[in-house]
Design a protein around this ligand. Structure first.
Ligand code: HSE
Length: 339
């Protein structure tokens, strides 16, 4: 399988490391040889080689703060130009998320699908705003449009709901969907200031490029919208649902809640109300005995309420380099692996 990596930041590099580490498993277990033929990054430069780029070298350069192509020179053009020109089977779209416009990622995805490439993305902008349109385009072109990593990073909530729980009617999805805010609330309870906790979340690669998207709840709102569309079949965009973040929660309020046996969590939920689908994002005071109260740091958790099994809860990483990179590896194996 020939791959294009569009965006070579945290997620793209996380995938590149996994492709190198898992080369033998990909071959032996899934019958796959994965070759990266192009990398395009707005800041780090672009390189294209139909015979395969040197991934280890590109990783080394990116980690060292160097331009990916090195002195030999790179691809002359932007990501869109590379997508239009390249011969590849699948594109990994991992540029920064813009939840308001979905760009430039949506244009990248449309261009790749129109060329008959499969696409996996971790980008919440296109998926929260244009999921139906992109899925229809993929179906028309006879390719896959996959986006497991947009919700809970590599923790497989979407695959769980759509494949493993096939046949169940899901009536509610409720949980902690943003790693940054859960990390900040956890560290504030331990005594760190909001500012220091946020800076640490950025250092650890959890936060969005513009962390307003995390702390104001927009990132969780995008994920809630993806869940509403993908799991509940509710054609919706983020503007359809109420959203509040954590910026008004003070250290004093956290301590006071704890003295009453409660803990603040930023809760995202989607639920059936008669024949309507509703959704929201906002801070809630959860009883310390509630399973979601024990979810700390950047961990995410979602409880799916089903008609057949009752509640099924999935807990796992919600952000991070390898964790999110892994979600794209799963989608790549889904498309090209023998199982
Ligand atoms: N900024 C996001 C979070 C990254 O903190 O959860 C994963 O989507």
């Amino acid at each position: 399988m020939k791959l294009l990596l569009i965006g070579f930041g945290t997620v793209g590099q996380g995938l590149a490391e996994l492709l190198i580490d898992k080369e033998n498993i990909l071959k032996d277990k899934y019958g796959m040889t994965v070759q990266v033929v192009g990398i395009a990054d707005m800041l780090k430069g672009s390189v294209y080689n139909p015979g395969g780029v040197d991934l280890a070298q590109a990783l080394k350069r990116a980690k060292g703060g160097e331009m990916i192509p090195g002195p030999a020179g790179g691809f002359d053009g932007d990501a869109l130009a590379m997508i239009k020109q390249a011969k590849a089977d699948m594109m990994v779209e991992a540029t920064y998320t813009d939840i308001k416009t979905g760009e430039p990622a949506t244009s990248h995805i449309r261009a790749a699908l129109e060329k008959g490439m499969h696409v996996t993305t971790t980008n919440k902008g296109p998926t929260a705003l244009f999921l139906y349109e992109l899925e229809q385009l993929a179906a028309k072109e006879g390719v896959e449009f996959l986006y497991e990593g947009t919700v809970m990073s590599g923790t497989p909530l979407l695959n769980l709901a759509r494949e493993t729980l096939a046949g169940c009617r899901i009536t509610e999805a409720k949980g902690i969907l943003n790693g940054t805010t859960n990390y900040i609330l956890t560290r504030m309870e331990e005594g760190l200031s909001y500012e220091v906790a946020l800076a640490k979340a950025q250092e650890l690669g959890y936060a969005e490029a513009v962390p307003d998207a995390d702390v104001l709840g927009w990132d969780a709102l995008a994920k809630v919208t993806i869940i509403a569309n993908a799991i509940f079949g509710k054609k919706s965009t983020p503007e359809d649902f109420p959203c509040k973040g954590i910026t008004e929660i003070t250290a004093e309020a956290i301590a006071e809640a704890k003295s009453r046996g409660k803990r603040f969590k930023l809760i995202g939920k989607v639920w059936r109300d008669g024949d309507q689908i509703k959704a929201s994002v906002g801070p809630e005071e959860i009883d310390l005995s509630h399973p979601l109260a024990g979810i700390m740091g950047a961990t995410n958790a979602v409880t799916l309420t089903t008609d057949i099994l009752g509640d099924v809860t999935i807990v796992g990483p919600g952000a991070g380099r390898t964790e999110t990179g892994y979600s794209t590896l799963v989608d790549i194996i889904h498309v090209g692996g023998k199982r």
